[in-house]
Design a protein around this ligand. Structure first.
Ligand code: PAF
Length: 280
């Protein structure tokens, strides 16, 4: 695996990868890789001839009181995992390489970026879309792979790609869960054994909503109330939001007609976790 630390190196590797008709896939990550990330890599390997992954803990998407400094960094182990998966190129720039002093240009997907996590993490999605737009320009993939776990992120990135005519196809891969249902996340590493148990309430509430949907319930307020009941039994977990929204516009739905995204975020101790399901 070729490791590129500079933008120039990455551009050169990308030029070689795109050489005549090669399908070039890319999975952007912040490292601390788990099976969820590896599922993106495997999807990219299945669809593409050459696969690049980036590891960059993007300071722009962390708020002033968030976990940038303590975000898990496991670079050596990540490199081993990516090598095992047969990844061709790893882009691992420094913050100074990505954001030279005086950088003041941002990409913002207006409207969508202040919904769901954007409401409780102001500026978060602007940080995500800015770095992803930069990564797309540097790496120049034909396909980019994202996880459905960050459902709002994928909707916002799909909109950015459409609005800015970026020549990349977005592929969204299903959520990977632990055997007991907890959605895989690098932030699960923060959880104490007790918190790890309480964290199951996110998935439990989504399953409750899904069961009531299957029984014919279509009113969003009633479904949300059913999901909130699960949280009432887990006082150690503080619900941030539980919403049912249109998967493209992220606008709240009232009556469920067509595909609907049920998205949840909650604090388990100091750790903020997210999860979601699609109801069809
Ligand atoms: O999903 C993530 O890990 C990050 O938001 C991303 C897409 C790599 C941008 O920093």
């Amino acid at each position: 695996m070729k490791i590129c630390k500079t933008i120039d190196d990455m551009r050169a590797a990308s030029r070689a990868a795109r050489h005549v008709g090669k399908r070039f896939g890319f999975a952007p990550t912040m490292g601390a890789l788990h099976e969820g990330h590896l599922s993106l890599v495997r999807a990219a390997k299945a669809k593409c001839d050459v696969v690049a992954v980036s590891i960059f803990v993007n300071p722009l998407q962390f708020g002033p009181n968030e976990d940038l400094a303590k975000y898990p960094r496991t670079f050596e182990h990540d490199v081993e995992l990516l090598e095992k998966e047969g990844v061709d190129i790893l882009f691992a720039p420094s913050p100074e390489e990505m954001y030279p002093a005086g950088a003041v240009t941002y990409v913002n997907v207006e409207g969508l970026s202040d919904k769901l996590c954007g409401k409780s993490r102001p500026g978060h999605f602007r940080g995500v879309t800015t770095v992803v737009a930069k990564l797309f320009h540097i790496v120049q993939p034909s396909f980019a792979f994202f996880g459905q776990k960050d459902a709002a992120q994928t909707a916002i990135i799909r909109r950015m790609v459409r609005d800015l005519n970026l020549p990349v196809e977005i592929v969204v891969c299903p959520i990977v869960r632990e055997p007991d249902g907890l959605a895989m996340s690098s932030r699960n590493a923060y959880l104490s054994p007790l918190e790890r148990k309480s964290a199951l309430v996110l998935h439990a509430s989504l399953k409750q909503i899904s069961a009531e949907f299957d029984q014919g319930k279509r009113e969003a307020a009633a479904l949300i109330a059913a999901g909130k009941k699960a949280f009432a039994q887990e006082p150690a977990v503080r619900l941030d939001y539980l919403e049912i929204v249109h998967p493209d516009t992220l606008e709240p739905m009232h009556q469920l007609v067509g595909p609907s995204l049920v998205a949840v975020a909650a604090f388990v101790g100091n750790t903020r976790l997210i999860d979601n399901i699609m109801l069809r």
